[in-house]
Design a protein around this ligand. Sequence first.
Ligand SMILES: [Zn+2]
Length: 444
Amino acid sequence: MLRINNIVFLLKNNAFRRQAIKQYKKALKNESLSYKCLSELNFKKRKKLVNYAYNNISFYKKFYDTAGFNPDMLVSDKDWEMVPILEKDMIRSNIYDIKNPFVLKKYLGVATTGGSTGLPLKIYTDLRFHHEILGWRAFEWWNLSPAANVGIIHRRTPTTFIGKLKNRLLWWPTQRIYLNASSIDEKQLTDFIKSIGRKKIRWLQGYVGGLERVAEYIIINNIKIDTLKLVWSTSAPLTKSIRNKLEKAFNCKVMNQYGSCEVPNIAIQCPHSHDLHVNYDYVHVDIVDDSGKLIREGEGDILVTNLESYAFPIIKYRIGDRSAWVGTECNCNIPFPLIREVKGRISDAIYTPDGIYVDGSYLTTIFDEYVDVISKFQVYQKRDYSVIIYVIPYNNSFPIEDTILNIKNTLLEKVHNKISVIIQVVDTIADDKGKIRYVISEVL
Ligand SMILES: [Zn+2]
Protein backbone atom coordinates (compact mmCIF):
# COMPACT_ATOMS: atom_id res chain seq x y z
CA MET A 1 0.00 0.00 0.00
CA LEU A 2 2.81 2.34 0.87
CA ARG A 3 4.32 2.03 -2.61
CA ILE A 4 1.01 3.03 -4.17
CA ASN A 5 0.83 5.94 -1.73
CA ASN A 6 4.30 7.06 -2.80
CA ILE A 7 3.52 6.87 -6.50
CA VAL A 8 0.21 8.73 -6.20
CA PHE A 9 1.82 11.31 -3.90
CA LEU A 10 4.54 12.07 -6.46
CA LEU A 11 2.14 12.02 -9.40
CA LYS A 12 -0.28 14.39 -7.70
CA ASN A 13 2.47 16.76 -6.68
CA ASN A 14 3.96 16.59 -10.15
CA ALA A 15 0.60 17.43 -11.69
CA PHE A 16 -0.58 20.13 -9.30
CA ARG A 17 2.55 21.26 -7.50
CA ARG A 18 5.32 20.82 -10.01
CA GLN A 19 7.40 23.52 -8.36
CA ALA A 20 7.34 21.67 -5.02
CA ILE A 21 8.73 18.50 -6.57
CA LYS A 22 11.41 20.46 -8.41
CA GLN A 23 12.45 22.14 -5.16
CA TYR A 24 12.35 18.82 -3.31
CA LYS A 25 14.77 17.22 -5.79
CA LYS A 26 17.10 20.20 -5.50
CA ALA A 27 16.97 20.03 -1.69
CA LEU A 28 17.90 16.34 -1.77
CA LYS A 29 20.88 17.12 -3.99
CA ASN A 30 22.15 19.73 -1.53
CA GLU A 31 22.64 16.98 1.05
CA SER A 32 25.68 15.74 -0.82
CA LEU A 33 27.41 19.15 -0.76
CA SER A 34 30.49 19.60 1.41
CA TYR A 35 30.08 21.97 4.34
CA LYS A 36 32.31 24.46 2.51
CA CYS A 37 30.14 24.44 -0.63
CA LEU A 38 27.00 24.63 1.48
CA SER A 39 28.35 27.68 3.36
CA GLU A 40 29.21 29.35 0.08
CA LEU A 41 25.71 28.71 -1.25
CA ASN A 42 24.21 30.04 2.00
CA PHE A 43 26.32 33.22 1.90
CA LYS A 44 25.55 33.82 -1.79
CA LYS A 45 21.84 33.60 -1.05
CA ARG A 46 22.13 35.98 1.94
CA LYS A 47 24.00 38.52 -0.13
CA LYS A 48 21.45 38.32 -2.94
CA LEU A 49 18.55 38.74 -0.52
CA VAL A 50 20.10 41.71 1.31
CA ASN A 51 20.86 43.42 -2.00
CA TYR A 52 17.38 42.79 -3.29
CA ALA A 53 15.71 44.00 -0.09
CA TYR A 54 17.74 47.21 -0.03
CA ASN A 55 16.97 48.04 -3.65
CA ASN A 56 13.31 47.05 -3.76
CA ILE A 57 11.76 47.17 -0.30
CA SER A 58 11.20 50.65 1.14
CA PHE A 59 11.52 49.50 4.75
CA TYR A 60 14.98 47.98 4.23
CA LYS A 61 16.32 51.00 2.33
CA LYS A 62 15.37 53.28 5.22
CA PHE A 63 16.36 50.82 7.96
CA TYR A 64 19.83 50.12 6.55
CA ASP A 65 20.51 53.76 5.62
CA THR A 66 19.62 54.88 9.15
CA ALA A 67 21.84 52.17 10.64
CA GLY A 68 24.75 53.17 8.38
CA PHE A 69 24.75 49.83 6.57
CA ASN A 70 25.02 49.34 2.83
CA PRO A 71 24.88 45.98 1.00
CA ASP A 72 28.19 46.81 -0.72
CA MET A 73 29.84 46.34 2.67
CA LEU A 74 28.89 42.66 2.53
CA VAL A 75 31.94 41.09 0.90
CA SER A 76 32.70 38.03 3.01
CA ASP A 77 30.90 36.10 5.74
CA LYS A 78 32.58 38.08 8.52
CA ASP A 79 30.85 41.25 7.25
CA TRP A 80 27.50 39.71 8.13
CA GLU A 81 27.98 41.07 11.66
CA MET A 82 27.33 44.58 10.24
CA VAL A 83 23.84 43.75 8.99
CA PRO A 84 21.39 45.29 11.51
CA ILE A 85 19.12 43.04 13.57
CA LEU A 86 15.43 43.04 12.70
CA GLU A 87 13.20 43.14 15.81
CA LYS A 88 9.64 41.87 16.08
CA ASP A 89 8.28 45.38 16.78
CA MET A 90 9.80 46.66 13.54
CA ILE A 91 7.89 44.05 11.56
CA ARG A 92 4.70 44.85 13.45
CA SER A 93 4.85 48.55 12.71
CA ASN A 94 6.13 48.27 9.12
CA ILE A 95 4.28 45.27 7.73
CA TYR A 96 3.11 47.04 4.56
CA ASP A 97 6.55 48.53 3.87
CA ILE A 98 8.22 45.13 4.21
CA LYS A 99 5.76 43.49 1.84
CA ASN A 100 7.24 43.37 -1.65
CA PRO A 101 5.09 45.51 -4.00
CA PHE A 102 6.43 43.67 -7.06
CA VAL A 103 5.25 40.21 -6.06
CA LEU A 104 1.90 39.05 -7.42
CA LYS A 105 -0.88 38.66 -4.89
CA LYS A 106 -1.27 34.98 -5.70
CA TYR A 107 2.21 34.30 -4.34
CA LEU A 108 1.50 36.00 -1.01
CA GLY A 109 0.45 33.93 1.98
CA VAL A 110 -0.50 35.29 5.39
CA ALA A 111 0.72 33.85 8.67
CA THR A 112 -0.28 34.98 12.13
CA THR A 113 1.87 34.01 15.00
CA GLY A 114 0.87 34.03 18.64
CA GLY A 115 4.11 32.89 20.17
CA SER A 116 4.71 32.75 23.87
CA THR A 117 7.13 35.64 23.91
CA GLY A 118 5.68 38.23 21.58
CA LEU A 119 2.48 40.02 20.74
CA PRO A 120 0.44 38.44 17.97
CA LEU A 121 2.16 39.23 14.73
CA LYS A 122 0.85 39.11 11.19
CA ILE A 123 3.31 38.58 8.36
CA TYR A 124 3.25 37.68 4.68
CA THR A 125 4.89 34.54 3.36
CA ASP A 126 6.29 33.71 -0.07
CA LEU A 127 4.20 30.89 -1.50
CA ARG A 128 6.69 30.28 -4.29
CA PHE A 129 8.88 28.27 -1.94
CA HIS A 130 7.36 25.13 -0.45
CA HIS A 131 8.82 24.88 3.04
CA GLU A 132 7.24 21.48 3.62
CA ILE A 133 9.82 19.91 1.30
CA LEU A 134 12.36 20.40 4.10
CA GLY A 135 10.17 18.18 6.27
CA TRP A 136 9.97 15.63 3.45
CA ARG A 137 13.75 15.69 3.14
CA ALA A 138 14.14 15.02 6.87
CA PHE A 139 11.75 12.08 6.62
CA GLU A 140 14.28 10.27 4.46
CA TRP A 141 16.75 10.46 7.36
CA TRP A 142 14.20 8.49 9.37
CA ASN A 143 13.32 6.00 6.59
CA LEU A 144 9.83 7.33 6.26
CA SER A 145 7.87 8.59 3.26
CA PRO A 146 5.88 11.84 3.35
CA ALA A 147 3.13 9.84 1.63
CA ALA A 148 2.67 7.58 4.68
CA ASN A 149 -0.59 7.76 6.67
CA VAL A 150 -0.47 10.57 9.20
CA GLY A 151 -2.18 11.73 12.38
CA ILE A 152 -2.14 15.49 12.93
CA ILE A 153 -2.60 17.29 16.24
CA HIS A 154 -3.01 20.89 15.28
CA ARG A 155 -4.91 24.09 16.04
CA ARG A 156 -6.41 24.19 12.57
CA THR A 157 -8.16 21.00 11.55
CA PRO A 158 -10.93 20.51 8.96
CA THR A 159 -14.30 20.70 10.71
CA THR A 160 -17.04 21.00 8.10
CA PHE A 161 -18.25 18.10 5.96
CA ILE A 162 -17.06 19.82 2.78
CA GLY A 163 -13.73 20.68 4.38
CA LYS A 164 -13.20 17.07 5.42
CA LEU A 165 -14.20 15.76 2.00
CA LYS A 166 -11.87 18.15 0.19
CA ASN A 167 -9.04 17.16 2.49
CA ARG A 168 -9.76 13.46 1.89
CA LEU A 169 -9.66 13.89 -1.90
CA LEU A 170 -6.57 16.07 -1.82
CA TRP A 171 -4.50 13.52 0.08
CA TRP A 172 -6.01 10.23 -1.08
CA PRO A 173 -4.84 7.43 -0.86
CA THR A 174 -2.84 8.70 2.13
CA GLN A 175 -4.99 8.58 5.26
CA ARG A 176 -4.96 11.65 7.48
CA ILE A 177 -6.60 11.82 10.90
CA TYR A 178 -6.90 14.96 12.99
CA LEU A 179 -7.15 16.01 16.61
CA ASN A 180 -7.77 19.65 17.44
CA ALA A 181 -5.04 20.70 19.86
CA SER A 182 -6.83 23.76 21.15
CA SER A 183 -9.13 21.75 23.39
CA ILE A 184 -9.13 18.03 23.80
CA ASP A 185 -11.87 16.08 25.58
CA GLU A 186 -12.00 12.38 26.32
CA LYS A 187 -14.29 11.42 23.43
CA GLN A 188 -12.07 13.14 20.84
CA LEU A 189 -9.04 11.57 22.47
CA THR A 190 -10.34 7.99 22.38
CA ASP A 191 -11.61 8.38 18.79
CA PHE A 192 -8.20 9.65 17.70
CA ILE A 193 -6.30 6.86 19.45
CA LYS A 194 -8.60 4.18 17.98
CA SER A 195 -8.07 5.61 14.48
CA ILE A 196 -4.27 5.32 14.81
CA GLY A 197 -4.52 1.52 14.73
CA ARG A 198 -7.59 1.22 12.53
CA LYS A 199 -6.23 3.43 9.75
CA LYS A 200 -2.66 2.16 10.10
CA ILE A 201 -1.25 5.59 10.87
CA ARG A 202 2.56 5.61 10.43
CA TRP A 203 3.51 8.96 11.85
CA LEU A 204 2.10 11.69 14.06
CA GLN A 205 2.73 15.38 13.74
CA GLY A 206 1.75 17.76 16.47
CA TYR A 207 2.26 20.34 19.16
CA VAL A 208 4.24 19.05 22.10
CA GLY A 209 1.41 19.83 24.51
CA GLY A 210 -1.19 17.95 22.48
CA LEU A 211 1.09 14.96 21.87
CA GLU A 212 1.86 14.77 25.57
CA ARG A 213 -1.81 14.76 26.47
CA VAL A 214 -2.52 11.87 24.06
CA ALA A 215 0.56 9.99 25.35
CA GLU A 216 -0.55 10.32 28.97
CA TYR A 217 -3.96 8.92 28.16
CA ILE A 218 -2.39 5.95 26.32
CA ILE A 219 -0.05 5.20 29.24
CA ILE A 220 -2.70 5.50 31.97
CA ASN A 221 -5.12 3.28 30.07
CA ASN A 222 -2.44 0.81 29.07
CA ILE A 223 -3.28 1.04 25.34
CA LYS A 224 -0.93 -0.68 22.92
CA ILE A 225 0.12 1.29 19.83
CA ASP A 226 2.01 -0.69 17.21
CA THR A 227 1.58 1.04 13.85
CA LEU A 228 3.62 4.22 14.35
CA LYS A 229 7.16 4.71 13.09
CA LEU A 230 7.75 8.33 14.03
CA VAL A 231 6.36 11.21 16.05
CA TRP A 232 7.20 14.68 14.76
CA SER A 233 7.02 17.15 17.58
CA THR A 234 6.89 20.86 16.96
CA SER A 235 6.20 24.35 18.37
CA ALA A 236 7.61 23.97 21.88
CA PRO A 237 10.75 22.64 23.53
CA LEU A 238 10.85 18.91 23.86
CA THR A 239 12.02 18.13 27.36
CA LYS A 240 13.64 14.82 28.14
CA SER A 241 10.72 13.70 30.25
CA ILE A 242 8.21 14.50 27.50
CA ARG A 243 10.37 12.74 24.90
CA ASN A 244 10.50 9.62 27.08
CA LYS A 245 6.78 9.76 27.64
CA LEU A 246 6.07 10.08 23.89
CA GLU A 247 8.44 7.23 22.98
CA LYS A 248 6.88 4.98 25.59
CA ALA A 249 3.27 5.72 24.66
CA PHE A 250 3.60 5.76 20.88
CA ASN A 251 6.15 2.97 20.80
CA CYS A 252 8.42 4.74 18.27
CA LYS A 253 11.08 7.40 17.87
CA VAL A 254 10.44 11.13 18.24
CA MET A 255 11.73 13.66 15.70
CA ASN A 256 12.13 17.14 17.13
CA GLN A 257 11.75 20.10 14.81
CA TYR A 258 12.18 23.83 15.24
CA GLY A 259 10.18 26.25 13.16
CA SER A 260 7.72 29.08 13.49
CA CYS A 261 4.87 30.67 11.58
CA GLU A 262 7.29 33.33 10.31
CA VAL A 263 9.87 30.80 9.10
CA PRO A 264 8.83 27.14 9.05
CA ASN A 265 11.25 24.18 9.26
CA ILE A 266 14.29 26.09 10.48
CA ALA A 267 16.05 23.06 11.98
CA ILE A 268 15.25 19.37 12.24
CA GLN A 269 16.60 16.49 14.29
CA CYS A 270 18.27 13.46 12.66
CA PRO A 271 18.20 9.97 14.22
CA HIS A 272 21.83 10.24 15.40
CA SER A 273 21.56 13.14 17.81
CA HIS A 274 19.15 15.17 19.93
CA ASP A 275 20.53 18.38 18.41
CA LEU A 276 18.90 19.97 15.38
CA HIS A 277 20.30 20.30 11.84
CA VAL A 278 19.72 23.81 10.47
CA ASN A 279 18.33 23.66 6.91
CA TYR A 280 21.26 25.85 5.98
CA ASP A 281 20.60 25.88 2.25
CA TYR A 282 17.21 27.59 2.77
CA VAL A 283 17.38 29.23 6.20
CA HIS A 284 20.27 31.09 7.75
CA VAL A 285 20.62 31.08 11.53
CA ASP A 286 22.75 33.34 13.75
CA ILE A 287 23.13 33.20 17.49
CA VAL A 288 23.91 36.46 19.26
CA ASP A 289 24.81 37.49 22.80
CA ASP A 290 23.01 40.24 24.73
CA SER A 291 24.97 42.96 22.90
CA GLY A 292 23.95 41.57 19.49
CA LYS A 293 27.40 40.14 18.72
CA LEU A 294 27.46 36.88 16.74
CA ILE A 295 28.68 34.01 18.91
CA ARG A 296 29.86 30.46 18.12
CA GLU A 297 29.94 29.31 21.73
CA GLY A 298 27.37 29.57 24.49
CA GLU A 299 23.66 30.23 24.49
CA GLY A 300 22.12 33.30 22.90
CA ASP A 301 19.18 34.71 20.97
CA ILE A 302 18.40 33.09 17.64
CA LEU A 303 18.30 35.33 14.54
CA VAL A 304 16.69 33.88 11.43
CA THR A 305 17.07 34.81 7.77
CA ASN A 306 14.60 33.20 5.41
CA LEU A 307 16.70 32.78 2.26
CA GLU A 308 13.67 32.03 0.10
CA SER A 309 11.22 34.81 1.00
CA TYR A 310 11.43 37.69 -1.46
CA ALA A 311 7.75 38.52 -1.01
CA PHE A 312 8.38 39.55 2.59
CA PRO A 313 12.11 39.55 3.32
CA ILE A 314 13.04 38.45 6.84
CA ILE A 315 16.72 39.18 7.47
CA LYS A 316 18.52 38.70 10.80
CA TYR A 317 15.21 38.54 12.60
CA ARG A 318 15.22 38.09 16.38
CA ILE A 319 12.55 35.44 16.60
CA GLY A 320 12.29 35.22 20.39
CA ASP A 321 13.91 31.85 21.07
CA ARG A 322 17.29 30.81 22.39
CA SER A 323 19.80 28.13 21.47
CA ALA A 324 23.55 27.50 20.97
CA TRP A 325 25.76 26.14 18.20
CA VAL A 326 27.03 22.61 18.67
CA GLY A 327 30.79 22.57 18.12
CA THR A 328 31.04 18.95 17.01
CA GLU A 329 29.88 17.26 13.81
CA CYS A 330 27.09 14.72 13.66
CA ASN A 331 27.69 11.07 12.75
CA CYS A 332 25.03 11.16 10.05
CA ASN A 333 27.18 12.90 7.42
CA ILE A 334 24.45 15.44 6.63
CA PRO A 335 26.37 18.71 6.03
CA PHE A 336 23.84 20.97 7.79
CA PRO A 337 25.23 22.55 11.00
CA LEU A 338 23.80 21.66 14.41
CA ILE A 339 22.15 23.82 17.04
CA ARG A 340 21.05 22.68 20.48
CA GLU A 341 17.40 21.96 21.15
CA VAL A 342 15.62 25.30 21.25
CA LYS A 343 14.67 26.95 24.51
CA GLY A 344 12.27 29.77 25.08
CA ARG A 345 8.97 28.56 23.75
CA ILE A 346 6.84 27.99 26.76
CA SER A 347 4.00 25.62 26.19
CA ASP A 348 2.06 26.43 29.31
CA ALA A 349 -1.52 25.34 29.30
CA ILE A 350 -4.56 25.76 31.53
CA TYR A 351 -6.40 22.85 33.10
CA THR A 352 -9.70 22.05 34.76
CA PRO A 353 -9.91 19.84 37.88
CA ASP A 354 -11.40 17.01 35.78
CA GLY A 355 -8.63 17.06 33.23
CA ILE A 356 -9.81 19.24 30.33
CA TYR A 357 -6.77 20.89 28.91
CA VAL A 358 -6.42 24.04 26.82
CA ASP A 359 -3.09 24.25 25.05
CA GLY A 360 -0.81 27.26 25.44
CA SER A 361 -0.22 27.44 21.70
CA TYR A 362 -3.96 28.05 21.30
CA LEU A 363 -4.23 30.44 24.24
CA THR A 364 -1.57 32.70 22.78
CA THR A 365 -3.78 33.19 19.74
CA ILE A 366 -7.11 33.98 21.41
CA PHE A 367 -6.59 37.67 20.75
CA ASP A 368 -5.44 37.21 17.15
CA GLU A 369 -8.67 38.64 15.79
CA TYR A 370 -8.52 41.57 18.19
CA VAL A 371 -4.98 42.81 17.65
CA ASP A 372 -6.37 46.28 16.96
CA VAL A 373 -8.30 46.37 20.24
CA ILE A 374 -6.04 44.70 22.78
CA SER A 375 -2.40 45.68 22.94
CA LYS A 376 -1.17 43.17 25.54
CA PHE A 377 -2.56 40.26 27.48
CA GLN A 378 -1.66 37.47 29.83
CA VAL A 379 -3.63 34.38 30.78
CA TYR A 380 -3.01 33.55 34.43
CA GLN A 381 -4.36 30.45 36.13
CA LYS A 382 -4.28 30.35 39.90
CA ARG A 383 -3.74 27.27 42.02
CA ASP A 384 -7.51 27.06 42.67
CA TYR A 385 -7.95 26.66 38.85
CA SER A 386 -9.59 30.08 38.38
CA VAL A 387 -8.31 32.03 35.38
CA ILE A 388 -7.68 35.75 35.14
CA ILE A 389 -6.91 37.27 31.76
CA TYR A 390 -5.11 40.56 32.12
CA VAL A 391 -5.58 42.88 29.16
CA ILE A 392 -4.22 46.27 28.18
CA PRO A 393 -6.46 48.01 25.62
CA TYR A 394 -4.86 49.81 22.70
CA ASN A 395 -6.88 52.90 23.21
CA ASN A 396 -8.64 53.63 26.50
CA SER A 397 -11.48 55.49 24.83
CA PHE A 398 -12.31 52.56 22.53
CA PRO A 399 -15.08 50.28 23.91
CA ILE A 400 -13.73 46.79 24.55
CA GLU A 401 -16.72 45.22 26.35
CA ASP A 402 -17.75 43.15 23.33
CA THR A 403 -14.24 41.83 22.77
CA ILE A 404 -13.93 40.87 26.43
CA LEU A 405 -17.25 39.07 26.36
CA ASN A 406 -16.33 37.16 23.19
CA ILE A 407 -12.98 36.05 24.53
CA LYS A 408 -14.50 35.02 27.85
CA ASN A 409 -17.28 33.00 26.21
CA THR A 410 -14.88 31.25 23.81
CA LEU A 411 -12.64 30.22 26.66
CA LEU A 412 -15.53 29.13 28.92
CA GLU A 413 -16.78 26.92 26.10
CA LYS A 414 -13.33 25.34 25.74
CA VAL A 415 -13.25 24.47 29.45
CA HIS A 416 -16.92 23.39 29.43
CA ASN A 417 -17.72 26.08 32.03
CA LYS A 418 -15.82 24.06 34.63
CA ILE A 419 -13.68 26.91 35.93
CA SER A 420 -14.18 30.62 36.45
CA VAL A 421 -12.73 33.05 33.93
CA ILE A 422 -12.49 36.76 34.58
CA ILE A 423 -10.96 39.43 32.44
CA GLN A 424 -9.28 42.35 34.10
CA VAL A 425 -8.20 45.54 32.38
CA VAL A 426 -4.81 46.66 33.70
CA ASP A 427 -2.22 49.33 32.95
CA THR A 428 0.84 47.11 32.94
CA ILE A 429 1.71 43.44 32.69
CA ALA A 430 4.95 42.34 34.32
CA ASP A 431 7.44 40.85 31.88
CA ASP A 432 10.39 38.54 32.17
CA LYS A 433 13.52 40.34 30.93
CA GLY A 434 11.53 42.03 28.20
CA LYS A 435 9.71 38.89 27.18
CA ILE A 436 6.08 38.57 28.04
CA ARG A 437 4.85 35.22 29.19
CA TYR A 438 1.47 34.79 27.66
CA VAL A 439 0.26 31.87 29.70
CA ILE A 440 1.14 31.13 33.30
CA SER A 441 -0.49 28.34 35.27
CA GLU A 442 0.07 27.68 38.95
CA VAL A 443 -1.74 24.36 38.59
CA LEU A 444 0.67 21.34 38.36
ZN1 LIG B 1 22.80 14.19 12.17
